[in-house]
Design a protein around this ligand. Structure first.
Ligand code: HSE
Length: 299
C-alpha cells in the first residue's frame, strides 16, 4: 500500500496588523509518514504519547476529512510523526502543520484528487482561519481573504535581507483563550490604525523601505489584549528595539514573540539569549528565514 512522507513548515500569523489575514512560512519543520493499512489506525510518535496525542489526532482527522470529502473509501492508517520541531501552542502554527500535513498526505494517497485550492479551503475549514494554513501549504508570506467558504490568496515578496528571530517561552498560550480575550467590536480609529498599517506593510516590503516597518508592525486589534497573557512582553519588545530590531510582533496568538532584523542577526540572537536567561521563564531563541516551498511530499 502507498506510504507517503510529508514535510510542513512552521508559520507566523498576523505579523502585527494583519489579524487573521497575514502569515508567513518559516524554515522550521514537522515531518510525518502516512501509510494506508487494511487494519485499524496506528499512531506512532517515537514512543511519545500524552500531549502529542492531540496533534496526532488532528493529523488523523485531517486525513479522514480529505478522504470523506473526495468520497475515497479507506480502512486505517499508520501515522508516524518523524520530526516535530514546531513547538506546540506557541503561535508557530503547529496545528496548521498537522492539518496541512494530514490533507497533503491524504491527497498523495488519493493520487492527487485535490488541487491546491481544495487543500487550502478544507484546511481553513478545519482550522477556522486561513492565515497559518495558507502559508503552510504554499510557502512564503501570504495575504489570505475569506470569501464565503472560499479563500483568495496573494503572495508577498519578503526581502532576502530580513531575518526573523523567534523568542519562544516555556509557557503556552492556547489559541482559544487568546481569541476569547479579544473584544467583540472595535473603535473606528483602531480599525483605521490597522488597515493603514497592514496596507503599508505590504508596500514597504515591496519597496524595501525598512525604515517604515516599525510602525507597520504595530497593531490595535489583538496585541494590546493578548500581551497580558505573555509574561515580560513589554520587557522583551523593549530589549528587541534596543538591540536594533526593525520591528516585532506576537507570532500568531502567542506565546512566541517575533523580532525582525535586517543586520547583525547573530549578535542580536546572542544578546537576546543573555537577556532572556535572566527572566523567570525559560526562553528559546531561534533565527529563522522564510520557507518558500510550503508543504512537500518527500518521496
Ligand atoms: N490569526 C490567528 C489568531 C492565528 O491570532 O487568533 C492563531 O492561530
Amino acid at each position: 500500500m502507498t506510504k507517503v512522507k510529508v514535510r510542513v513548515p512552521a508559520t507566523t500569523a498576523n505579523m502585527g496588523p494583519g489579524f487573521d489575514t497575514l502569515g508567513m512560512a518559516l524554515k522550521l519543520y514537522n515531518e510525518i509518514e502516512v501509510e494506508e493499512i487494511s487494519g485499524k489506525t496506528e499512531i506512532y510518535n517515537g514512543g511519545l504519547r500524552s500531549e502529542e496525542d492531540f496533534r496526532e489526532n488532528l493529523i488523523y482527522k485531517s486525513i479522514v476529512s480529505a478522504m470523506n470529502e473526495q468520497g475515497y473509501s479507506y480502512n486505517g492508517f499508520k501515522i508516524n510523526v518523524l520530526k516535530c520541531d514546531i513547538p506546540m501552542s506557541r503561535g508557530l502554527g503547529s496545528s496548521s502543520a498537522c492539518i496541512v500535513g494530514g490533507i497533503t498526505a491524504a491527497n498523495a494517497i488519493m493520487q492527487n484528487k485535490m488541487d491546491m485550492e481544495d487543500i487550502i479551503d478544507l484546511a481553513t475549514k478545519i482550522e477556522g482561519h486561513p492565515d497559518n494554513v495558507v502559508p503552510a501549504a504554499l510557502g512564503g508570506m501570504v495575504i489570505s481573504i475569506k470569501v464565503g467558504e472560499d479563500i483568495k490568496h496573494s503572495k508577498v515578496n519578503v526581502p532576502d535581507k530580513l531575518k526573523f528571530v523567534a523568542m519562544i517561552p516555556s509557557f503556552k498560550v492556547s489559541t482559544a483563550l487568546s481569541r476569547e480575550v479579544l473584544p467583540k467590536s472595535y473603535l473606528k480609529e483602531d480599525c483605521i490604525f490597522n488597515t493603514s498599517r497592514s496596507a503599508m506593510l505590504i508596500s514597504a516590503l515591496y519597496n524595501n523601505e525598512f525604515d517604515k516597518l516599525r510602525i507597520c508592525f504595530e497593531d490595535k486589534i489583538h496585541q494590546p489584549y493578548r500581551k497580558g497573557l505573555i509574561r515580560n512582553f513589554d520587557d522583551v519588545f523593549k530589549k528587541s528595539k534596543d538591540l536594533g530590531s526593525i520591528g516585532e510582533f506576537i507570532s500568531g496568538s502567542g506565546s512566541t514573540l517575533m523580532a525582525v532584523v535586517d543586520k547583525n542577526a547573530e549578535k542580536f540572537v546572542s544578546s537576546m539569549k543573555n537577556f532572556l536567561n535572566e527572566l523567570e521563564d525559560t526562553w528559546k531563541v531561534i533565527l529563522l528565514d522564510p520557507d518558500l516551498q510550503g508543504a512537500r511530499v518527500l518521496n
